[in-house]
Ligand binder design. Sequence first.
Ligand code: TPP
Length: 494
Amino acid sequence: MSDSQLFASQFVAALQNFGVKSFYLAPGARSQALAIAANQLAKAGLIDLTVRLDERSMGFMALGRALGDEYPVALITTSGTAVANLHPAVLEAHHAGVPMILLTADRPAKLRGRGANQTTIQNGIFAEAVRDCIDVDASADPRLVAKRAVELAVGAEARPGPVQVNIQFAEPLSSSQPSALDFVTNPELVQRANHLGELDVVVSEHAVVVAGAGAGTAASDFAKAARLPLLAEPSSGARVQGSITNYIAKLFELSAEVSQVFVFGKPTLSRAVLSLLRNTEYWVQKPSNYEGFDVFDRAQGFADRLVPIGQGSADWSDRWESEPEKSDRATLVSKVWDATSGDDRLLFGASELIRVAERAVEGKDLNVFASRGLAGIDGTVSTALGLAQAGNQVRAIIGDLTLLHDASGLNRSGLGELNVQLVVGNDHGGAIFSHLEMAQLLERPDFELLFTTPQAVNLEALANSYGWQYIRTTPGDLDQQLYRQGFVLIDCAL
Ligand SMILES: Cc1ncc(C[n+]2csc(CCOP(=O)(O)OP(=O)(O)O)c2C)c(N)n1
């Protein structure tokens, strides 16, 4: 019997015992004991195991799954660059507070720095971006390590986020015994900490509530209780009925009159909101997942929960009534927004389209997601697939560069049937850059070469190679395409 296998079987069973049910694996030799153990539990129906080729894309898929499951997911990689490929997803998970447990297989510590094949500095590779890096060998107590990893990931002590367990596997790397099934016990969920630092805040007549990423219904509840205009980003989780549709347009008119702002979550989308915060007193309710917001270093107060004392005036709220933006992009995002309901999930990529949605979509109770931890255009296709694995129909609104950045994420191999629509606003490159001053200063060909970067890729052929349905349409005709099942790439010309 191999010590590596004994540890791996006990450890994977312990993770399952502490409620981890979604496992991701990319193939490799050093991690074989973990792979074998996870497969034993998967075959017994105790966990879900997804095998992906590319660790970068797997990292984002696991991130999407963790967003949907609202519980830590586990990722298994071999040693070397395989580990480094998780870094983009780890950074997003760190900033957005998404629980993930990275099981990175390593060689025994004595072989590090001696030229052993596929051996690098894995211990500490993610620096401050992981809640901890637990570096162990097979002599560690697998149950204690698993418990600690799950606790840190769910945020039992602080903010949820990624945790690395770097495991030094010595040869023999695996054996047929013992099976992980021998160590299975009844699942026991680990709870996250409940911080409850409250702060009473006196509401002034001309106050507003700003809801950024991670705000959730705390923001809309506060706005309702304090009778204040609610300026909620589309992916804030607070853009419910009654929120202001086109607050960006209204801010041009009313920002000078705003006397006080209550910030929930991490607002990142628009300059108009940031400039409001630069010039106005603000209080911050710390989001439970995302980092707390204070980019101007002048918050008047922070709390886990802001408690309003008093209310804004009804007059003031009425003055924020606004007209949604009308444009092709607005039609695209509104149609997808309107088609989404109930348990469906909507994912926004980091592009011009989420900014248009900020000015166009009506408040509605929806499950909306966006990777606003770092607002990368990487990994969005994979994130959508991971969300779909967590269940229900997923629609992702993404730009063409965002699609192409994660083209390898389209790989459906081994995924079974999922309902995912990628709605691509195809404007041949990055429209978001048209807001840069450079767009006026540079000659058009130079601007395209350096910033817009249109790509010469045939999306239909791409979709076909990966086995996706492909539909070419326009914003006007988009609604007819939004109820298709399966893996659907909707190429919507802008
Ligand atoms: C990994 C990463 N690289 C680069 C960027 C910078 N960036 C922000 S938006 C964008 C272009 C987005 O283009 P597209 O997806 O086509 O959307 P559009 O703005 O045209 O709607 C780029 C390159 C980023 N956010 N993330």
